[in-house]
Design a protein around this ligand. Sequence first.
Ligand code: 5GP
Ligand code: ZN
Length: 115
Amino acid sequence: MANNCLFCKIADGSIKSDIVYSNDHVVAFRDINPQAPVHVLVIPRRHLENATAVLPEDDAMVAELLRAAAEVARQEGIAGSGYRLVINNGPDAEQSVPHLHVHVLGGRPMSWPPG
Ligand code: 5GP
Ligand code: ZN
């Protein structure tokens, strides 16, 4: 685990969260401050700061993140109505937690472009 990383602690269970999906490599839990009726975060168990830190040896994990996000969308009943996957990277994107995470947002219509 990275020093004092909030999402590493959520992944190892030392900080409680509302987990909706997990396997050996990824964990999905409800966002504490939801921006849509469905707002779930999918993270790798292994600490990576963001998408910029992804290396070729992480390819399988990245694929699992996407597959887990789609599974969460199915479980939450938004796969048919549609949903948005968001990864904020760095300051301009307002990334606030430096552990790679995919936002799964849905349950309402969304506009484009994002803010
Ligand atoms: P970012 O802004 O880095 O893309 O997204 C971080 C997300 O983590 C935010 O949507 C924020 O609401 C969520 N978050 C921050 N702290 C916690 C927490 O302790 N528990 C949960 N479940 N979500 C959190
Ligand atoms: Zn971490």
